[in-house]
Each structure stands twice: as C-alpha cells, then as structure tokens.
Design a protein around this ligand. Sequence first.
Ligand code: MCA
Length: 523
Amino acid sequence: MANQNLFATLRAAFPADLERPAVETDTGLVYSWRDLDRATAMVANLLQSLDLPPDPDGMPPRVAVQVDKSVEAMILYLATLRAGFVFLPLNTAYQSGEIEYFVGNARPAVVVCTGRNFPWVSQIAFSAGTRHVFTLGDDRTGSLLERAAHCSDQQVPVNCRADRLAAIVYTSGTTGRSKGAMLSHGNLTSNAVMLKDYWGWQPGDVLIHALPIFHVHGLFVAIHGALLNGSTMLWHGRFDPQRAIADLPRATVFMGVPTLYTRMLAQPALDRAQAGHMRLFISGSAPLLIETFNDWRERTGHTILERYGMSETIMLTSNPYRADARYGGQDERRGGTVGFPLPGVELRVQDEAGNTLPAGAIGGIQVKGPNVFAGYWQMPEKTAEEFTADGFFRTGDVGLQDARGYVTIVGRSKDMIISGGYNVYPAEIEGILNELPGVLESAIVGVPHPDFGEVGVAVVIPRPGAVAPQPQDLLETLRARLANYKIPKHCFVLAELPRNTMGKVQKNLLRERYQDLFRKGAA
Ligand code: MCA
C-alpha cells in the first residue's frame, strides 16, 4: 500500500535538482529543495525522538504552533506531516484566553511558540498536560531549531493511511466557542492534486506567498500548490502591497484575500507592464467585490479567478482557469460568482425542509467530496448536526447554482463577519460583553469597510442602575481578551436593541443603520 502521508506526495514532486531554490525570502535568504528536505527531516526526527504517546483513542499526538510567519514555521508544518503527527496552527493574534481554550480542547503533546510569548504560553501548556514547549523565532532562532540541529537529516515519512488525521484547524463557532476541523492526509492531498491541474500549474511557475500560514489559504492552498509543482516561492513575511507589486515581474501566480487586491490597486506602481509576466491571480477567503474584480482587470489586464473554500473543506468551487469541459467549455471567470464545483466535489442547494432546489433557486449550500473533513475534534454531536443523513456537509452558506453551473454565495445562515479574510463570530464577542457588570445586552453586526471588506460594530445596552459603560472602556476590555482583528471598529451605547414581534434582535436593522459608517468620505 503506497504511503498516503501528504509529505511523501509533496516530496515526490521536488525537482530532480535539489540545489534549485525552493524559497526566496524578502529578507534575501534562499532555501534550496535540499535545505527543505534536510530541515524537515531533522525536525521530524526531533519530534519522533520525544516518544509522544498516542491518545487512548489512538489519535496521533498534536503539535500546536503559534509563531510568526517564517520558512522555519513552514518547515515545522512539513516536519509534523513527515512524522505522522497532527499540525495545529494558531493565529498569532490570539491572546491567553483563546490559547487556553485551544490547548485545553486539543491537548497537544507539543507546543511551539514565540520566545516573547513563552512565559505565558508554556504556563498554559504545561498546566494542560503538554509535555514539550519549544520556541521558534522568525529569525532562525529558538529551542526547536537548537534541538533539531542535533538530529539526523535523513527520515522516512511515517507510513499513513489517507484517513489519518493531519491537521486540526480551529474555526470559531457561531455559538462562540471554536471547533477544531479535523483534516486528514487524504483531504489535503486530494485537494492539492486536483488544484494543481485545475489551476494550470506549470513548469516555471513562481508563487508570491504573502498570506499568513496559520489558516487554510496560506498554509495549505498556497504552500501545497507551489511544493506540488516544484515551484519557487517568493516568501513575504507579511503583506506589503509595494513589495508584492515589485515582485510581480519575477512571479506567475499570486493568491490573496480581497483586501490584498484593494491595497495593491491603491498603489500607482500597479499596471499592465508590472503584471505582464503573471499568469494567474486567485482571490478567496472573503467575497471579492465586483468593483475590485473590474478595477483589477482594467488596471492589469488580468481577470482575477475567485474561488470558495472553508476550513472544513479546503477548496470547494473555483472559477475556471481554462474552459471546464464538464460545463460545455467556453467558460469565463465571472465576477460575483465563485465558479463551478471543483472536480470531485458534489454540491447541492437545499431548502430548510431538505428539498434539493432547482437551478437558480437560493438555499443552503451543501457539499460532499474527498476534501470534506471528517468532523470537529471531540464534538460528535456538533459534527452530526452539520452533516445530512446522506453525507453532505452543511456549509452554513446561502447561495445558488445557475443553469450553467456557476455558484453564487448570497449570504450566510450563520452569524459571522468576514473581515480582511478572517472569520469573526459575533457570539464570541457578545458573550464577553454581556458578562460585564454595566452591560445588559449587546449585538455585534458587520458593516461595509473600504479596506477589510466588512468589520464588526458593537451596540451595547447598559444595565439599568449600573454605571453607564463607556464605549472606549468596553473596547479596551475586549482588546485585552481577544485577537486584535476581532475587536469591533466602533462601539455604540444605546437605550435598546431593535427587536421583532418574537423578541429577536433585528441585526439587519442595525446593519442598515450603520452601513455607511466607514464609507469613504463618511462623516
Ligand atoms: C489586521 N487588522 C484587522 C485585520 N487585520 N482588522 C480587521 N480584520 C482584519 N483582517 C487590524 C489589526 O487589529 C490592527 O488594528 C491593524 O489592523 C493593523 O494590524 P496588522 O496585522 O498590521 O494588519 P495588516 O498587516 O494590515 O493585516 C491586514 C491583512 C491581514 C494583511 C489583510 O488581515 C491578512 O493577512 N488577512 C488574511 C487572512 C487570511 O489568511 N485568511 C484566510 C483564512 P489595531 O492596531 O487596532 O490592533 S482561510 C479561509 O478563509 C478559507 C478556508 C478560504 O477559502 O481561504
């Protein structure tokens, strides 16, 4: 039985000449394919030398990682795959309360954090039973590398079946607490192999990697795409529009969230000449406004390819790179749509009663395929709720598929804000606000934002008789507890919340009231 370890598949795609550059960083460092192979082997050997016990239920040990973006962080991810352990990426903006939840929920055997966070992260980890806490800096320092330096640079990727757990990606729940999406080697491999063909990866491709690597987009879609094609990555430690534009003539593929595109459009240096060498611009993780889609085509001559995915499924649909024969060919990339279900993905639209709807009708989007996760970590009931009796996953997104097969997302059945490509869940923030002494209740709603697409705004109702809460104090309280990108961009203290006859808060009325709050030129 061939080894279904994703790393084995990626390693087989390394170029024959291992001295070629695999990664060139924006700080001038160059890592060859041999460097990647040796370094991932050394870190894999270190992890395996720790004699980590599998869980009583046989689940492989977890490696939780909250470190700044670096090539070594990617090496740690690949080494975790190599060693057959479970990679658990954590947003660097998460604070102690959030980390305490993830560590308590996933019970990682190993935690890797930044040196600056070691004092509080190690305390949380050791208290939760974690056996080893290492540090990793974005400057090739830290105890992880010091220890790995003494390990062999030869390692055979642990033999895995396709259904072996490879990663847990936390995606906050509309009920406020995050759920760990369990992704297997098979989920990741099948999606990566299919996308290599569907997006036309070809010899000579070079990827600009400017996304964080603690979410699906930057960690799986971008990295797997480049590695599986033996392509060099131009590695940006953080997104800078000017640097991304400067690198376009050396690259052929760029992946980003809409905010990255709007920020590059704001730069005069972006023009057809600068983008002339590029083959493909891909957008996802948040809706791409038709204005951005049109402006980009006007300015660069390129038609952005928008696609749709989730932490639970990796990529689900995509606008065509070339005509998709399944839909009669002659397809074009349509702004405002997320294209066609990808090969192997079954997609249907159903109403609340579970009836599959005809083309063009709006309903709940449900999917099935080898890329769809097995479920949420240690939440069998929640998992069961999210799958239909015949095995389709309820995405929570609302949309339609037209007669040509194009999928359009028109909304969400879950209360969620997508801000600059990050999912923000009002319930998590409302839960904290509603516990504060001066607060009777609160509502977080998403409103349009010129840079992040959509951001949260808080509306708070004071508790009668208590000292009236001050908006800034409330935001500071949230800032001390939550990742910075979750903090509402404005807070209003009002006398009451609009409610319907059933007493339900009418968030749609709040969204309407504040929809122009951040519009360019708004007062
Ligand atoms: C930063 N800030 C934000 C966001 N990012 N506020 C709201 N939403 C955001 N996304 C705020 C910070 O809180 C801070 O505010 C200030 O902006 C500056 O922070 P900084 O980190 O310097 O911001 P940035 O460097 O400008 O980051 C903006 C960004 C980043 C580059 C757009 O958000 C980003 O990389 N987004 C990509 C997210 C991503 O990879 N999504 C894929 C998820 P203050 O100073 O007040 O604290 S995977 C997925 O969605 C599915 C599977 C899929 O289909 O891909």
